[in-house]
Design a protein around this ligand. Structure first.
Ligand code: SF4
Length: 388
C-alpha cells in the first residue's frame, strides 16, 4: 500500500457577516441546516476518498468562512469519516479556523473534544478602532479572552493579525507585534492588508473613502516584522507565516511543498494526482450538485507538466526554505524551469540566494515575489520525458 502523505481541506462557507476586505468564499445566511451540511460534507469526502485510495492522512484543515460555527458533532463526524477512508498519521494535525467572538470561544472545548488539536484564531488586531475599520464582529477584549480559552483547550494555537492598515506607523505596529510575540503562541500569521477586487474595500478605496498605506511604508513594516519575529525566535517560514521550529502549519506546508491535498466543501480547491479540482462555490449550487452527481465538483482540470512545475515553483518560493529547481523540473519531466541568468542577477542584487540548483528568496525578495516569479520562470520549458 502506498504511504504517500495526503492533506484534507474542508470548507465551511458561512459567516455571521461579511468583512469588507474579504474575498474568501464566505456567505451570510439566516438559517443553516447543520444536519444537511453534515451529510453533504461526508458525501463529498467519500467521493474524494474513493479517488485517492491508500494514502496516509497527515492533516485535516477546517477553513472558511467561519468553521468555528460548525456543530462540533459535524467536525467530529468528518474527522471520524476521514479516519475510515485513510490511514491516519500518528501525529496528525487537525486545525480549525475560529473567530474570537464570545459565542464561538465558548464552543472551543467541544471542538477540542471533537478532535481538533490546533486552533487558528482570527484576532486581526488588538485595537478596537482597527477592528471596527476591518468590519470585525469582535472587540480586542473578546479577542484576548478567546485566545486564553484557546490556549487552555488546544495543544497548538496560532493567531492572525492584519497590518499595514491606512495610517499604520512603525511605532504602532511594532508595539502591537511586540505584544503579539509576548502572548505565548508559537505560530503567527501576519498579513498585510491588501485591497482585493470585488470587495467592499475595493469600492471604498475607489471612492477615496480611505487611502491605502503606500507600498514603501508597507515594505518597511514587512522588514520590521521580519526582524522582530527573527529576534523572538519565530522567524518567517513563509511570506506571511512565522513560527518556532517544528510549529509550522504542516497543512500549509503540504500546499507549498506541492503535495496532494483533497479539498471538499463549497469552493474548495484540491490537488489530486496531477489534477486540479474545484468545488461549486455557492452553497446552494454545491448542495444541488451533490444531489445530482454525488459530489460537489465543478471542475477537474488535468495540469500539463509545465503548469504543474510552474505551480510548484510559485508555491515553493513562498517558503523561506526555497526550492530545488532541478528537482522540480525532473519531477515533471522538464529540462529546465528557470532562467538561470536572471537568477544570477537577482542573487547579485540580494533578492535571492542560490546554492547549486537550490534557490530561496531573501526577505527583500519575498516582498517582490510576483515580480521575481515573472523574471525567473523560463518562457517555454522543454519536455524531455513524460511526467509520471
Ligand atoms: S470572518 Fe473571515 S471568511 Fe468570514 S467574512 Fe470575515 S474575513 Fe471573510
Amino acid at each position: 500500500m502506498s504511504v504517500d502523505p495526503l492533506a484534507l481541506y474542508v470548507h465551511w462557507p458561512f459567516c455571521v457577516s461579511k468583512c469588507p476586505y474579504c474575498d474568501f468564499n464566505s456567505h451570510v445566511r439566516s438559517t443553516i441546516e447543520q444536519a444537511a451540511w453534515r451529510e453533504a460534507l461526508l458525501a463529498d469526502l467519500a467521493h474524494e476518498a474513493r479517488l485517492l485510495p491508500g494514502r496516509t492522512l497527515i492533516s485535516i484543515f477546517f477553513g472558511g468562512g467561519t468553521p468555528s460555527l460548525m456543530d462540533a458533532a459535524t467536525v467530529e463526524a468528518v474527522i471520524e469519516a476521514a479516519a475510515t477512508h485513510w490511514e491516519v498519521a500518528a501525529d496528525i494535525e487537525i486545525t480549525l479556523e475560529a473567530n474570537p467572538n464570545s459565542v464561538e470561544a465558548d464552543r472551543f472545548t467541544d471542538l477540542a473534544h471533537a478532535g481538533v488539536n490546533r486552533l487558528s484564531l482570527g484576532l486581526q488586531s488588538f485595537d478596537d478602532k482597527a477592528l471596527r475599520f476591518l468590519g470585525r464582529a469582535h472587540s480586542a477584549r473578546e479577542g484576548f479572552r478567546a485566545l486564553e480559552i484557546a490556549q487552555r483547550n488546544f495543544r497548538r494555537v496560532s493567531f492572525d493579525l492584519i497590518y499595514a492598515l491606512p495610517g499604520d506607523s512603525e511605532a504602532g505596529w511594532s508595539a502591537m507585534l511586540a505584544q503579539a510575540l509576548s502572548l505565548g503562541t508559537r505560530h503567527l500569521s501576519l498579513y498585510q492588508l491588501t485591497i482585493e477586487p470585488g470587495t467592499r474595500f475595493a469600492s471604498m478605496a475607489a471612492r477615496r473613502s480611505f487611502e491605502p498605506l503606500e507600498a514603501e511604508a508597507a515594505a518597511t513594516l514587512y522588514e520590521l516584522t521580519d526582524a522582530m519575529t527573527s529576534e523572538a525566535s519565530m522567524p518567517a517560514y513563509e511570506i506571511s507565516n512565522y513560527g518556532r521550529r517544528g510549529q509550522e502549519s504542516r497543512h500549509n506546508l503540504a500546499y507549498w511543498r506541492y503535495q496532494d491535498y483533497a479539498g471538499v466543501g463549497p469552493g474548495a480547491h484540491g490537488r489530486r494526482l496531477g489534477m486540479r479540482t474545484v468545488r461549486h462555490r455557492k452553497p446552494e449550487n454545491f448542495l444541488a450538485a451533490l444531489r445530482r452527481e454525488g459530489h460537489g465538483i465543478a471542475e477537474e482540470l488535468p495540469l500539463s507538466a509545465t503548469e504543474a512545475a510552474d505551480e510548484a515553483l510559485v508555491m515553493g518560493l513562498r517558503l523561506r526554505e526555497g526550492v530545488d529547481a532541478s528537482a522540480i523540473a525532473k519531477r515533471f519531466g522538464l529540462s529546465s524551469i528557470i532562467d538561470w541568468s536572471r537568477v544570477e542577477r537577482l542573487a547579485a542584487s540580494g533578492h535571492l540566494t542560490k546554492e547549486g540548483a537550490h534557490i530561496a528568496l531573501t526577505a527583500r525578495g519575498r516582498l517582490l515575489l510576483d515580480h521575481i516569479l515573472g523574471e525567473i520562470a523560463a518562457a517555454q520549458p522543454r519536455v524531455y520525458a513524460v511526467a509520471s
